[in-house]
Write a protein that binds this ligand. Structure first.
Ligand code: NAD
Ligand code: DAU
Length: 351
């Protein structure tokens, strides 16, 4: 193998797409998926590639410094692509501490392990930290986040991600650790846990349950197909400049209510329901505390310098996403029922 890359959070939504892309596109790399398998981590996401000879899964918690040190000593990675995180804003509002531990402490544990294994020889080495556009705060009706927009996080989740971004950059400036950071907008696609707006709504519409819309549904997000995010991560890992930050976004802004109207139309068609059936499920509920109004990414640096651009129109991506959820009923039922969590508990605590 020419290179070993540890991908943290590889059993999660975005991580599984990144693992698949790297393991299949680069058979000469050894890809180590390091994941704790929290409620959001699911090895079912990778069952199509888990027998590849260049793929390995290691169950570990990034906050456990001793285990992480041992894993780094064993695999001697050339690269780390760090996606492991607590990722859901509503859970961060209910329980901030998990977010501080995993997103901040866990990131520092990984930075320390990389420093220890690499010493002063950074040849061919890279620590790539995956972050979010939420660190920039909330926009009004106009403007875009650029790489130089000041940080202004407003939820425990975005604050913990902002903190981890600062620490990653501090290790670059202080210890010359070869880091690169990207900040991406909202992802959608297959394998997203059905607590996030799009998969939650698909699941509820399918089961004739209410679609809960926070506030008036006027908040705006910039949606990017998850495979386009994985493609951007590939380009930035290989061609991004050390110490730099790249914004990734879909240039695809939707108010939540318009998005849900579009989704309802697609679902009616796919489920052979008469037009307007799914819309009746829309229910306006209490707003999220501190709900950011608008996110919008300017990804021109990435497009100009590294030649990346999104490949899919939103309508096409959303239709593909709906098709995937309708075709993968067992996956959906398992994650909703928690069956897979119980399975992993049994499987891994017996070793
Ligand atoms: P996810 O919640 O689907 O997956 C997170 C993964 O991390 C899971 O597999 C989980 O088991 C693992 N994990 C959690 N805590 C861990 C720990 N202590 N040790 C080891 N593994 C642990 O998240 P996602 O939506 O795929 O997001 C992945 C990354 O991308 C996160 O860093 C997130 O902040 C960032 N991001 C997400 C989005 C988005 O729209 N989902 C957008 C921009 C950036
Ligand atoms: O912008 C990138 C971020 O996008 C990532 O860093 C986060 O990990 C990811 O979870 C996502 O955060 P959001 O809070 O934007 O995503 P979520 O799907 O939770 O919500 C999208 C919008 O929909 C938001 O305005 C809140 C609203 N919403 C969400 C849920 C779950 C509802 O109206 N009803 C809901 O039930």
């Amino acid at each position: 193998m020419s290179k070993t890359i540890i991908i943290t959070g590889g059993a999660g939504f975005i991580g599984s797409h990144v693992v698949r892309l790297f393991a299949t596109k680069y058979p000469e790399y050894k890809i180590v998926n390091l994941d704790k398998l929290t409620y959001a981590g699911n090895l079912e996401n990778l069952k199509d590639i888990d027998r590849l000879p260049n793929y390995e899964f290691v169950k570990a918690d990034i906050t456990d410094a001793e285990s992480i040190r041992k894993i780094f000593a064993q695999y001697k990675p050339d690269g780390v692509i760090h996606l492991a995180a607590e990722s859901h804003v509503d859970r961060s509002i209910a329980n901030p501490m998990e977010f501080i531990n995993t997103n901040i402490i866990g990131t520092v544990v990984l930075l320390n392990a990389a420093r220890e294994i690499w010493g002063d020889n950074f040849d061919g080495k890279r620590f790539y930290h995956i972050s979010t556009d939420e660190v920039y705060g909330s926009l009004g009706k106009t403007g875009f986040f650029t790489e130089t927009t000041g940080y202004d996080p407003r939820s425990p989740y975005s604050s913990s991600k902002a903190s981890s971004d600062h620490l990653v950059r501090a290790y670059f400036h202080t210890y010359k650790l070869p880091v690169v950071v990207s900040n991406c907008s909202n992802n959608y696609g297959a394998n997203q846990f059905p607590e996030k707006l799009i998969p939650l709504s698909i699941n509820n519409i399918k089961n004739n349950k209410q679609i809960p819309i926070y506030g008036k549904g006027e908040n705006i997000r910039d949606w990017l197909y998850v495979i386009d995010h994985a493609r951007a991560i590939d380009v930035i890992y290989h061609e991004g400049k050390t110490g730099e930050t790249y914004n990734i976004g879909g240039n695809n802004e939707w108010t939540n209510i318009d998005l849900i109207h579009l989704l309802c139309k697609i679902m009616d068609k796919k489920l052979n329901r008469s037009a307007g059936t799914s819309e009746k499920l829309i229910t306006f509920v209490k707003d999220r505390a501190g709900h950011d109004l608008r996110y919008a990414i300017d990804s021109s640096k990435l497009q100009r310098e590294l030649g990346w651009k999104p490949s899919l129109q939103f309508e096409e991506g959303l239709e593909k996403t709906v098709d995937w959820y309708l075709a993968n009923e067992e996956w959906l039922n398992n994650v909703v029922s928690g069956t897979y969590e119980k399975y992993y508990e049994k499987q891994y605590t017996q070793r």
